[in-house]
Ligand binder design. Structure first.
Ligand code: HEC
Length: 209
C-alpha cells in the first residue's frame, strides 16, 4: 500500500471512530485541571479568581462564551489558555506557583477550545449544539439537553415544602442540589438537609443513580 493510501485509510478510520466533537471538557480537560489547578480552582478545595473548574454547569454558562475566558473556536483569544502558555515568571501565569503544563496537555486544551469548548459531548447544551451545527457537523438531537422546566416539589428533613426547578447537582461528590425558585432566585441546597425522598429525587434527576 502506498504511503498516501495508508494515511487515507488511517484518516477515515479515525473519522469514523470519532463522532461529533471528539474532545470534551469532561473526558479530556477535566483530568488535566484536576492534576494542576485543583487546590485553587475547585469547590472541593478552594475557589480563587471565581473560577471553579469542577462546576461543569458554571463552566459552560459563565466561563465559555464569545467574550469569556474560554472562547469557542478561538484558542488564541482565550485568556484561560494564554495564562498557561505564559513564561512561569509572568504575574498572570497559571498554575500560579506551579510548573508549566507539559506541551502535550496544552495542545489538548488548545484543540478542545478550537473544536468548540464542548463541556460534555454526550449532553450538549443548546448553544454548544448551535456552534457545532454552524461548523457543519451533524448533531444528533438526542444528545442535546432540553432544559427541564418542571417545578418539582422538595421537602427538607423537617418536612417543610418548596417548589423549585432542578438545575443540577454540584459537581464531584455532589453535596448540594441547585434549585431555581419561581421568583428567579438560584441557590445550592445541601443534600444532607433534604428529606430522603427529595434526596433521591435530586440524585435521580442528576443522573447519579
Ligand atoms: C496556587 C493557586 C493557584 C493555582 C494552582 C492555579 N491558580 Fe489560577 N488563579 C489563582 C488566583 C489567586 C487567581 C485570581 C487572582 C488573579 O487573577 O491574579 C487565579 C485566576 C485564574 C484565572 C482568571 C479567572 C478570571 O476569570 O479572570 C484563570 C483563567 C486561572 N486562574 C486559570 C488557572 C488554571 C487553568 C490553573 C491550572 C493550570 C490554575 N489557574 C492554577 C491561583 C491559582
Amino acid at each position: 500500500m502506498s504511503v498516501s493510501r495508508f494515511y487515507l485509510v488511517l484518516f477515515s478510520g479515525f473519522a469514523l471512530a470519532l463522532p461529533v466533537s471528539a474532545i470534551d471538557y469532561k473526558t479530556d480537560v477535566l483530568p488535566i485541571m484536576k492534576e494542576h489547578c485543583w487546590k485553587c480552582h475547585s469547590n472541593e478545595e478552594d475557589v480563587k479568581g471565581n473560577l471553579a473548574l469542577d462546576d461543569l454547569e458554571e463552566m459552560r454558562d459563565y466561563q465559555v462564551g464569545k467574550f469569556n475566558i474560554i472562547r469557542p473556536g478561538n484558542p488564541e483569544e482565550s485568556s484561560f489558555l494564554e495564562k498557561m502558555k505564559l513564561p512561569p515568571g509572568d504575574t498572570d501565569f497559571m498554575p500560579r506557583k506551579g510548573e508549566p503544563l507539559p506541551k502535550k496537555k496544552i495542545e489538548i486544551i488548545e484543540k478542545w477550545i478550537a473544536e468548540g469548548a464542548i463541556i460534555d459531548s454526550k449532553n450538549l447544551a443548546e448553544k454548544e449544539a448551535e456552534f457545532l451545527k454552524e461548523k457543519g457537523e451533524t448533531v444528533d438531537a438526542a444528545m442535546v439537553k432540553k432544559p427541564d422546566e418542571t417545578f418539582y416539589k422538595w421537602t427538607d428533613s423537617l418536612g417543610r415544602e418548596l417548589e423549585a426547578r432542578f438545575m443540577g447537582l454540584t459537581e464531584n461528590k455532589p453535596t448540594a442540589v441547585k434549585l431555581l425558585l419561581r421568583n428567579g432566585k438560584n441557590f445550592n441546597y445541601p443534600l444532607s438537609m433534604l428529606s430522603e425522598e427529595s434526596r433521591a429525587q435530586a440524585k435521580k434527576l442528576g443522573g447519579e443513580e
